[in-house]
Design a binder for this molecule. Structure first.
Ligand code: B3K
Ligand code: ZN
Length: 849
């Protein structure tokens, strides 16, 4: 527990720290229960500050001694930090503290994972290591000495000395404490090197536990590709002689961009064909890129305060999206990103946890590492780029890097760079950072005498603390198609700035079909009462891949809604549209797989809620299954051929083309399973020589109530591999029938391999339960109760992960009174738990509203 009365922090209260730090020297004497940390920090008054008391953050520390300029002092110590009288001018602060890494189950600060020491300091974990101004605008040059008998001792920067039982590291780049890292353990490296465009020879290492060396090759290739890409596309070169990555099993987040010493959740770095799916490979490649790209967008230019988190995260996500597009397929990546944004960010924006991309207050900053800050933050960068154009975007970024290198910057700094580089006034654009909620853009059209007009109206619903919304700048990419499918007007960006606005197109021979919001040009909900015919037309003819896919998605949404509310079967136009796409060999298989995928059950619940219905998750589950069966029957003549065509021969390769074939083959297999009772899936399972094929087959079987033997076989094969076992846990819960999901999850928590303190394993069961919409929302409330029980159990050990997972309840107001009441009870029970962390307390309070 951090504090009995958690404090709210406000952006408006920002003030610079009264001192600057010239240097930091840390010595770590590692010991599992009594690590000593000795710090020497050179402070001097900050000329940009009006002064203030000398305060250093510090939590869970035992102060052994403190000195100022060599003289012992006795600071005032609380559970948050210390204050002390200090000289007027510069001074040297020295302190020795003791910490207990082994008891640190929160996985913030210095902790132990399988006998190795590692750190996680973002956002505010450094204060669990020593007394320090733990805020991102305090940047300093660190020298670190690690003393331990363990063979590998790592920290940030370049190695400067090492000998029996110690190693010293020096990081020449001033950095905030959140980028500090230390690792010590019995580790082995897989190594390579990269020569930068500036001629620097950089040693690259991926450090893992012995036994995992065989899973590093892909990560190294991805790292080199990222380094090259950042040079080619952004002109950014790496700036140290060594780049280390370490894999850690116990990790709250995905990975961390510590300067020169990235630390990764092992799930996001270890890769092999036998144990990782195509999705894992793509994700690993993207996360390696993301953390590497932070070296410039995050580390060289960091955030002034945590309200500016999107400055580094939104931009870095945008950069990793561009990278993945370049490495694989832009069209497919854009669709994947839009699916994620709509499923999770729109949902967040639409509920009690809605907050602006740049929040204005928080209790626990870790609760704001959200899909809104990250993914909507990235969308804002994409919109800026669309508005100013590619050339001006590049000029603005060059200016950003040259003007702010070494700074702790703000969103104002970021926007000023764009204004200065392009001459544009971005005052209105800035609302995107301040207003929460997803704008809804309603469109109507008319056509007369060759003039076609689109009328737009934008509106954003109230969100917590924000009743009134002002119009935002929305770049709407539009193209027009002739009735014969040819292009009448090529894509152009309409810049919407008013609440209502119309745009005309002249010289048209016939009423065109509009293709609106091409490429998903803004993170908005497009509302257009279009006919099934118009959607089917766009699915067949749109030249914009995103809108072609989205037309199919919109059709599926309508169809699903009609099935749930009227029991209506899917219309022929929709089924024929799907068949035409599936048959079209000129289309990328990965794209076709996406067209075949249905909206999630959670999406359907939201669609129904938007249309004024009370969604019943059980009915939605059955409607989805009914539609799958209907599609399978309609496509049955072509399914075997498409399946066969997309089997990839030869040794497994994770490249985009092969992965696309497997994605389509497995999308088709899901339909075949509805027709053949699982025979083909069982055959695929038995023949599979890679995890993609094995897992896809197993999931088809489980989704149709089969696969008991394969679940056992999978366990027998993989029980020694913890990452594969995470999949084994997750798959069973994710595919459990609605009335069985909670029981399946409960049974799995009793399994010998269920280690609830390991965040990956906890998430494999409870993330999967929360993601099984019908199962989590089962009418008897068993899903809610089980999750609440386990969040209450997890919270004292690991508040950060417990808090994040309470978001499973964020949609509670969407459902009928019975489910609402049951969710309320569960939330109240969590909220009233004695000693509940401020992290989870903040989340529960916000969700209940
Ligand atoms: N910056 C880290 C996230 C840290 C999470 C702290 N709760 C990873 C990333 O976004 O790259
Ligand atoms: Zn990041």
């Amino acid at each position: 527990m951090k504090d009995a009365t958690p404090q709210t922090i406000y952006l408006a209260d920002y003030a610079p720290y009264p001192w600057v730090i010239d240097s930091v020297a840390l010595t770590f004497r590692l010991s599992p229960n009594g690590t000593r940390v000795i710090s020497k920090i050179a402070f001097r008054p900050n000329p940009a500050s009006a002064g203030g008391e000398f305060f250093l953050h510090g939590e869970h520390l035992r102060l052994i001694s403190a000195k100022i300029d060599g003289v012992a002092v006795t600071p005032d110590v609380t559970d948050k930090g210390l204050t002390c009288a200090v000289p007027d001018g510069p001074f040297l602060w020295e302190a020795e503290v003791e910490i207990d890494p082994e008891a640190n189950t929160a996985l913030e600060g210095l902790y132990m994972s399988n006998g190795m020491y590692c750190t996680q300091c973002e956002a505010e974990g450094f204060r669990r290591i020593t007394y320090y101004p733990d805020r991102p605008d305090v940047m300093a040059v660190f020298t670190v000495r690690v003393e331990s008998d363990l063979p590998v001792l790592l920290s940030n920067g370049d190695p400067v000395a090492q000998g029996a039982g110690f190693a010293e590291w020096h990081d020449p780049w001033p950095k905030p404490a959140y980028l500090f890292a230390l690792v010590a353990g019995d580790l082995v490296a897989t190594s390579d090197s990269f020569t930068t465009m500036e001629g620097r020879e950089v040693a690259l290492n991926i450090w893992v536990r012995p036994g995992d060396e065989g899973k590093c090759a892909f990560g190294l290739e991805a790292l080199k590709a990222s380094m090259k890409w950042d040079e080619d596309v952004y002109g950014r070169a790496y700036d140290l002689d060594i780049f280390n990555i370490v894999a850690v099993d116990d990790f709250n987040a995905g990975a961390m961009e510590n300067k020169g010493l990235n630390i990764f959740n092992s799930a996001l770095i270890l890769a092999s064909p036998a144990t990782s799916t195509d999705r894992d490979f793509e994700r690993i490649e993207a996360v390696i890129a993301h953390e590497y790209f932070h070296n410039w967008t995050g580390n060289r230019i960091t955030c002034r305060d945590w309200f500016q988190l999107c400055l580094k995260e939104g931009l870095t996500v945008f950069r990793d999206q561009q990278f993945t597009g370049d490495m694989r397929s832009h069209a497919v990546k854009r669709i994947e990103d839009a699916i994620l944004l709509r499923a999770r960010q729109f949902r967040e924006d639409n509920g009690p946890l809605a907050h602006p991309v740049r929040p204005e207050s928080f209790i626990e900053i870790n609760n704001f590492y959200t899909i809104t800050v990250y993914e909507k933050g990235a969308e804002l960068i994409g919109m800026l780029k669309r508005l100013v154009g590619d050339a001006d975007y590049t000029r603005a970024l060059d200016l950003y890097f040259s003007r702010h290198d070494g700074d702790a910057a703000t969103i104002e700094d970021w926007l000023a760079v764009f204004e200065d580089a392009t001459g544009r006034d971005l005052t209105q654009f800035k609302r995107w950072y301040a207003q929460a909620g997803t704008p809804r853009v309603a469109v109507t059209d008319d056509f007369k005498d060759g003039v076609y007009t689109l009328h737009f109206e934008q509106k954003t619903n109230p969100t917590p603390g924000q009743d009134e919304k002002l119009p935002q700048v929305i770049p709407i990419a539009v193209g027009l198609l002739n009735p014969d499918g040819s292009e009448a007007v090529a894509t152009r960006i309409l810049e919407m700035t008013e609440a209502t606005q119309s745009f005309t197109f002249t010289g048209l021979a016939a009423r065109p079909f509009p293709s609106i919001l091409r490429g998903f040009s803004a993170p908005v909900i497009l509302e257009r009462d279009s006919s099934m015919d118009e959607r089917a037309f766009l699915l067949a003819h749109d030249t914009d891949p995103f809108n072609k896919w989205d037309a199919g998605r919109a059709l599926a949404r309508d169809v699903m809604q009609a099935i749930v509310t009227q029991g209506a079967p899917a219309p022929r136009a929709y089924l024929d549209g799907l068949a035409a796409v599936l048959r079209d060999d000129s289309l990328d298989p990965a794209f076709r797989a996406l067209v075949l995928s249905l909206p999630s059950e959670d999406d359907t619940a939201q669609t129904l809620a938007d249309a004024g219905h009370t969604p019943d998750p059980t009915a939605i589950y059955h409607a989805h299954e009914a539609l799958r069966v209907q599609i399978a029957q309609h496509l049955q003549d072509i399914l075997p051929r498409i399946y066969a065509q997309n089997q990839v021969d030869g040794p497994y390769s994770p490249d985009a083309a092969a992965a696309g074939n497997r994605a389509l083959g497995n999308a088709v297999l899901a339909f075949i399973t509805r027709l053949d009772g699982g025979a083909q899936a069982a055959q695929q399972y038995a023949a599979a020589d890679n995890m993609t094929q094995q897992l896809a087959a197993l999931s088809c079987l489980l989704a149709t109530g089969k696969g008991d033997d394969q679940v056992q076989a999978f366990y027998d094969q993989w029980q020694a591999d913890r990452l594969v076992m995470d999949k084994w846990f997750a798959l069973q819960v994710a595919n459990a029938a609605p009335e069985q999901a909670a029981q399946t999850a409960r049974t799995l928590t009793q399994h010998a391999l269920f280690d609830w303190r390991n965040p990956n394993r906890f998430r494999s069961v409870f993330g999967a339960l929360a993601g099984n919409t019908a199962g989590f929302h089962a009418a008897d409330g068993a899903g809610y109760d089980l999750l609440a029980d386990w969040l209450i159990k997890l919270d004292p050990a690991n508040p950060q992960t417990a808090a994040r997972m309470t978001a499973a309840f964020e949609t509670w107001r969407r459902f009928g009174p019975d489910r609402q009441a049951r969710m309320r009870v569960a939330l109240d029970r969590i909220g009233k738990t004695k000693g509940l962390s401020p992290d989870t307390g903040e989340m529960v309070a916000r969700i209940l509203g």
